[in-house]
Design a protein around this ligand. Structure first.
Ligand SMILES: CC(C)(COP(=O)(O)OP(=O)(O)OC[C@H]1O[C@@H](n2cnc3c(N)ncnc32)[C@H](O)[C@@H]1OP(=O)(O)O)[C@@H](O)C(=O)NCCC(=O)NCCS
Length: 249
């Protein structure tokens, strides 16, 4: 299987979002929160916890990003669940993982800057994206969070590729952590995502992690040059479809 590609995503008006998902299929949605006009009517779709979080954000830009991510998420999930966006009722685990109780649908959300990714599947899933940027603490973060193999590959990568390698490895780890739902309790320095350089790899979950998963399938997403993104799934889907949502007004 080739890497799913955000660059070749099918552009879809949100009103025409596909509302069905085969059990062996996975959908990845992307959109830009700058395109989202968060009207007061739309903001009323947010539940009490989302409204509380939105209200305490310090700047208009942060509010715009959060609202754009969560309203877009509600629109997409509503189309699969065939309910109104304000009726999407998701539960958040003690460690922060959102899920849809009573539904066979699994989802996971990631946002970086104004870019949002949402994975929707019939089995457990984690997704992560990061905007490529210079981080002054990059080397020390790599030393702290990467395995010996990952760290060696990071230090061997050409200077022009080091930022991409760093963030690709970071998103691989985060996507797996997000699938497991372990959040900050996961010992990411024990998780080796360097098993192979194929587009799809099976990655062993460290036996010390407090999870029922022994291995997951990890995929890099072919992304625009400013972005790294990865997807983790319980079982390899027969097909991954990527959609780019437009016309979010
Ligand atoms: C929770 C965590 C996974 C969020 O990741 P992030 O890159 O900061 O943020 P993202 O935009 O990708 O994801 C945020 C979304 O993930 C979801 N999420 C939050 N906690 C989650 C969890 N425990 N499991 C799965 N999904 C979670 C939410 O939908 C959240 O959206 P919201 O903040 O708008 O409500 C991350 O903060 C974390 O705990 N990481 C632990 C692993 C670690 O140490 N990583 C370091 C280097 S690899």
């Amino acid at each position: 299987m080739q890497c799913p590609s955000l660059l070749e995503a099918e552009t879809v008006d949100w009103q025409q979002a596909p509302c069905s998902l085969a059990s062996d299929e996975l959908h990845v949605w992307s959109w830009d929160t700058n395109q989202f006009a968060a009207t007061n009517e739309c903001l009323s779709w947010l539940d009490a916890a989302e409204q509380q979080w939105h209200n305490q954000l310090a700047t208009t830009a942060l509010k715009q990003r959060y609202a754009g991510a969560h309203l877009g998420m509600r629109r997409v999930l509503a189309s699969y669940l065939q309910v109104a966006p304000q009726q999407v009722a998701y539960h958040i685990s003690q460690l922060g993982k959102p899920s849809l109780p009573g539904s066979e649908l699994h989802f996971n959300l990631s946002h970086t800057s104004s870019q949002v990714l949402l994975a929707v599947s019939k089995s457990n899933v984690g997704i992560d994206c990061e905007q490529l940027r210079e981080v002054t603490t990059r080397d020390s973060l790599a030393s702290k969070h990467f395995t010996t193999e990952e760290l060696a590959a990071y230090h061997q990568s050409p200077a022009t590729e080091a930022v991409r390698y760093f963030f690709q490895t970071w998103t691989r780890k985060e996507a797996i952590v997000k699938l497991t739902g372990l959040g900050l309790t996961a010992r990411v320095e024990q998780l080796n995502t360097q098993a192979g350089e194929q587009s799809v790899n099976t990655v062993a979950i460290p036996p010390t992690w407090n999870t029922s998963h022994s291995a997951v399938v990890l995929m890099d997403l072919t992304s625009p040059s400013h972005l790294a993104a990865s997807l983790a799934v319980e079982q390899q889907p027969a097909q991954v479809r990527c959609y780019r949502m437009t016309d979010l007004g």
